[in-house]
Write a protein that binds this ligand. Structure first.
Ligand code: SF4
Length: 352
């Protein structure tokens, strides 16, 4: 059996779990190709106009899955205790149904970590009946999926590289076994980093910051001029530590990660500037980007919000990036200098 898995949205965070799960069941997982123009255009035709860019991309990727026996669209209600996924994640099996190629069935299961582990296993076992697998096989697959996901999560942190991690997972799903002892990532040794280069942090949803087609290759552009840190480079303890002080807990999983890591970057004196990569139509972004903007203002940290949609143009992005990096560089060089008028240059500058 070949199951189609769209290379969008939850692919960036939870693919290892599902890859391990299906691998253990002997089911081949086929992913759609990396995003290209046709995928984007197809997605725009099938998704609602008002929805966010990542969901439109998801619709395009679903359509690209033509050579499979079924398309897998899980309903990821919650991926950790006391949090929820964005409501748009929850509706995917229904809202994106028009994007599924004609004649291909959809397989779906609820994954809700707000329930007990026993209940999750039961939901998966009920789903297993559709796959022709018994309860024991599903239990073993669940354990395997969790192990793959844990190794993926553990590999995050300084120097983590998404492409390397995913390449390793995809190799493993094709039968080349993944070493149990080696973490699934190759890190950039700290000594190789140039300490004189600018340090810029790029925060945002993984399916935007790591989606090079949709984000107009912002990561590569930044890396040409600066050391770049991402939300995924901050470990969970640090994220949690930087959530303390909030008057009310954030209950969207991605919003928590983005706020926690963004708060850390904004307060880190080694970080020269922070860029928030947001997308038009995202409710959680509209709140979190403003919360981070306020802290950035207090900390006098250069901060810029880049909002993407399907009409984002390369020229506009390049101009904004260059202006921001120039400003950050000038500020870094002149920080603390006292002008002939007795004023400190750049001390209070901060772009928003
Ligand atoms: S969190 Fe924002 S970007 Fe992500 S699916 Fe929800 S609305 Fe879209």
């Amino acid at each position: 059996m070949k199951i189609g898995f769209p290379r969008a949205l939850y692919y960036f965070d939870y693919f290892p779990f599902w890859a391990g799960f299906f691998y253990r069941l002997g089911i081949e997982v086929i992913t759609s190709p990396p995003t290209h123009r046709q995928i984007m255009e197809q997605g725009l035709k099938k998704a609602s106009d008002e929805t966010c860019l990542p969901l439109k991309l998801m619709a395009g990727h679903i359509q690209a899955l033509t050579n499979v026996d079924a398309v897998f669209l899980p309903r990821m209600v919650s991926v950790e205790e006391n949090t929820y996924s964005c409501p748009k994640f929850l509706g995917i099996p229904e809202t994106l149904l028009p994007a599924v190629p004609l004649g291909i069935p959809v397989l779906s299961v609820v994954l809700n970590w707000r329930k007990s582990k026993r209940q999750i296993l039961k939901d998966l076992q009920d789903f297993g009946i559709q796959l022709g697998k018994n309860r024991t096989e599903i239990r073993k697959a669940f354990i395997e999926g969790q192990a793959w996901q844990k190794r993926y999560e553990d590999s995050k942190g300084a120097g983590w590289d998404f492409e390397d991690s995913l390449r390793e997972i995809e190799r493993a799903t094709k039968g080349l076994t993944m070493s149990q002892s080696t973490p699934i990532h190759s890190s950039i040794p700290a000594k190789d980093k140039d300490i004189d280069r600018l340090r810029i942090s790029l925060v945002g949803h993984s399916y935007l910051t790591l989606e090079s087609y949709a984000n107009l290759d912002i990561l590569r552009r930044l890396r040409e001029k600066a050391e770049v840190e991402l939300t995924e480079h901050v470990n969970q303890e640090e994220v949690n530590a930087h959530l303390l002080g909030l008057r009310k807990k954030l209950f969207w999983s991605h919003a928590k990660q983005i706020y926690g890591s963004g708060n850390k970057f904004v307060k880190d004196p080694q970080v020269d500037g922070v860029i928030y990569l947001s997308c038009f139509g995202c409710g959680t972004d509209s709140m979190v980007q403003e919360m981070l903007a306020r802290i950035a203002r207090e900390q006098h940290k250069p901060y810029m919000v880049v909002t993407l949609d399907e009409h984002s143009g390369e020229a506009g992005l390049v101009t904004r990036l260059e202006a921001f990096l120039d400003m950050v560089e000038r500020r870094k060089i002149h920080e603390g200098n006292v002008s002939t008028y007795g004023e400190r240059l750049d001390r209070d500058s901060n772009t928003l």
